[in-house]
Design a protein around this ligand. Sequence first.
Ligand SMILES: [Ca+2]
Ligand SMILES: [Ca+2]
Ligand SMILES: [Ca+2]
Ligand SMILES: [Ca+2]
Length: 444
Amino acid sequence: MHWLLLLFLFHEDDPKILDRQPPVVSPSFRAIEQRGAPPFTSLNVTLASWLPLAEFGANHTSGADCWGYTSPSGREYALIGLSHGTGFVEISNPDNAQVIEVLPSPVSLWRDVKTYGDRAYAVSEGGGGIQIFDLSQIDSGVVVQSGTVDDVPPNKTHNVAINETSGFLYRCGGSGQGLRIYSLATPDTPVFVNSWSFRYVHDAQIVTYTSGPYAGREIAFLCAGFNNGNTQTGLTILDVTDKNNILELTHFFYSTPAYSHQGWLSPDRTRFYLNDELDEQFQSTTTTTRVVNVEDLSQPVEEASFTNGNSAIDHNLYTKDDFIYAANYRSGLRIYRNNAGTLSEIAFFDTYPTDDQANFNGLWSSYPYFPSGTIIGSDLERGLFVWRFEPVSGDLNGDYIVDESDLQLASESWHQCPSNCVGDINGNLQVEVLDLTGIINQMQ
Ligand SMILES: [Ca+2]
Ligand SMILES: [Ca+2]
Ligand SMILES: [Ca+2]
Ligand SMILES: [Ca+2]
């Protein structure tokens, strides 16, 4: 289907639709082929592979969400939502990403996918309910659709969230507006348990606490509001432990809200990092992450709001260790270091080279949870990116910043190689002037 025709399938006033651009046509890139990387700007992020949309078939006109799957053998796979299907890509060698399978899905600009065990669950605004994909034979190159949930026509869904601890799946938005909750005890035939529809829910994270005052409780963090999320937009926190007696703990309003979009807890669950999808346009803000302390689930506190000063819109973010991986549309992947709620941008890879304007093009989402450390990203016009997050050569102490402390380390290994080669950034087995000037050139 031509990309323009796709527009007529959706509300023509949706800003994402208004900003649609055709897929970028480019040769694929795999570092293993040693043909020279395409000219994206980046810092501390290295391109390993790039598969433009055409790699998944000529019919795909846009990319949407992504997620990851690691098989029991340790092989790693990227899952990407596409306009006409769901793509499965082996990235065990990130420098040599290979499409394993592309399975058809209802046509949509929106497609969200998550995993539970060896199954993947995909939803879209194009309807079709939940598609279930069997990944148990993916190491043999086989992925099949093993089930469908088709219980509430027209069956549109905006996002899907899974609490892998409790084994419950949560459909968000779409026809169901709020949450529709399913048990995954039988993975190919999810059983509907209950719904919650007091507010429209745009996206969600649901976790089970194992320690502290909420130990044993299953808690849902919802970016939600009335009127499709546009009115009284904020962060709803529910206790969903008892699916038949869902309790609202709070609905929290953060500063200068426009549209509460998505967020993720810090690994220690003290803070929720929230992004707003419309504040750049409606509030004239720069890309801003709200840092919300949620140690008391009934009384969240906005501790800070961090901006990297960029004009782009922020979309989906995820946290891992001390880092936040933000997919910020036209400014691409942005990695923030998180020091107890104080953020600083220490790495990026810009997937939309033209500009950083506040429009709905570029990077939709990223997934940072592969055991290898490989990062993937899904892009509206450019398909799938596979990255390594690694310091530039001049960052000798590994703090993702090149500064005087790195120069000091280099000087301590001056002419010491091979016994001490720390400062040998050009790899010629000498620490000499070229290394020091190389480090100075990387200092900001
Ligand atoms: Ca924003
Ligand atoms: Ca850009
Ligand atoms: Ca450093
Ligand atoms: Ca050297």
